[in-house]
Design a protein around this ligand. Structure first.
Ligand code: CP
Ligand code: NVA
Length: 338
């Protein structure tokens, strides 16, 4: 990843996927998100802590969104910045104007770009031409902000460890690709149970397997996959942009529902996750979605805290580093005392 000096004096870093981060940097980000979350609890209104003061973020949405848009917009506001919402279609990204021109122009006005797009190559183009950080808010290929929040949720609940078995039941889609990308950075056991022909991106899978950090398995048997799982995870059977296939997918994916019978195959304390939006009665039964093992709303809430941490890391690295230096000094002092 190339680093470009921007007006604030720190290096431009994009977040298109997990590749710029190693395992240590991901955990560092989680620790910062814990701090950000605690700060919000202590002072729920916009406080004196404004690391994004005077910064503006252009958000481009070419696909529908609830969580991503709201959590980014609120997060930017709470950090003292200002978010501008742009509809991908109305600005004509790649049609009315070239990706290059949009990226260069937005870089003259703003401090970052958050984009939810169809083709992943467009977000790569934005990152190439923008002199400000570009954040992937979902593309057809990946959804790294979601998986950052998901893994953080497990970390926060002290469930994250090297041997954790995360079983995704459903489509090998953008959310799965990001889980696999994470498995190339942090060690864990990832299993995807999907119908034949609905496997994840080959390039993403090969790259993660080559890293040799995690055990990554693909199966077509949800019951076998769920055995001993610590986490059962699912997502819609029909992702945005694939609506034309919905009828066919409803039939093909019917055996890939997370319900009480499947949950009974997992470890007794297993948790259930879903990135939402969810369809009760399709990929997940209502009793599981709303049951005691579901941590689905925690995941959704954590989008806010993790993305705020990410924004500070990318837009005010000095503040982010200051926190970690203090954190390390405090830990060292604790060790000396004990
Ligand atoms: N999980 C998620 O990204 O939700 P939205 O599509 O509503 O943003
Ligand atoms: N796979 C889903 C995720 C939605 C957050 C989609 O792309 O529509």
């Amino acid at each position: 990843m190339e680093e470009v000096q921007i007006k604030t004096g720190y290096a431009k870093r994009d977040f298109l996927g997990f590749s710029p981060l190693d395992g240590g940097k991901i955990i560092e980000l989680f620790d910062y998100a814990l701090f950000i979350k605690k700060k919000r609890r202590e002072s729920p209104t916009v406080s004196g802590f404004l690391p994004l003061r005077d910064k503006t973020v252009a958000m481009i949405f070419s696909k529908p969104s609830l969580r991503t848009r709201v959590s980014f917009e609120i997060g930017i506001h709470e950090l003292g910045g200002y978010a501008i919402n742009l509809d991908g279609q109305s600005i004509g990204l790649g049609s009315r104007e070239s990706v290059q021109d949009v990226a260069q122009l937005l870089s003259r006005y703003n401090d970052a770009i958050v984009a939810r797009l169809h083709e992943h190559s467009i977000i790569e183009g934005l990152a190439e031409y923008a002199s400000i950080p570009v954040i992937n808010a979902l593309t057809d290929l990946s959804h790294p902000c979601q998986i950052l929040a998901d893994a953080f949720t497990l970390y926060e609940k002290s469930l994250w460890h090297e041997g954790i078995k995360v079983v995704f039941v459903g489509d090998g889609n953008n959310v799965v690709n990001s889980w696999i990308e994470l498995a190339g950075r942090l060690p864990f056991h990832f299993v995807l149970a999907c119908p034949e022909g609905y496997t994840p991106d080959k390039g993403v899978l090969e790259a993660a397997r080559q890293k040799g950090i995690s055990r990554i398995e693909i199966t077509h048997d949800p019951k076998a996959a769920a055995a001993n799982a610590d986490v059962l995870y699912t997502d819609v059977w029909t992702s945005m942009g694939k609506e034309i296939e919905m009828k066919e997918r409803l039939k093909i994916f019917a055996p890939f529902q997370i319900n009480s019978a499947l949950l009974a195959e997992a470890k007794p304390g297993a948790v259930v996750m879903h990135c939402m939006p969810a369809h009760r009665g399709q990929e997940i039964s209502a009793e599981v979605m709303d049951g005691p093992q579901s941590i689905i709303l925690d995941q959704a809430e954590n989008r806010l805290h993790v993305q705020k941490a990410l924004l500070v890391k990318l837009l005010n690295h000095e503040e982010y580093r200051k926190f970690h230096l203090t954190h390390r000094l405090q830990n060292a002092a604790k060790k000396i005392k004990s």
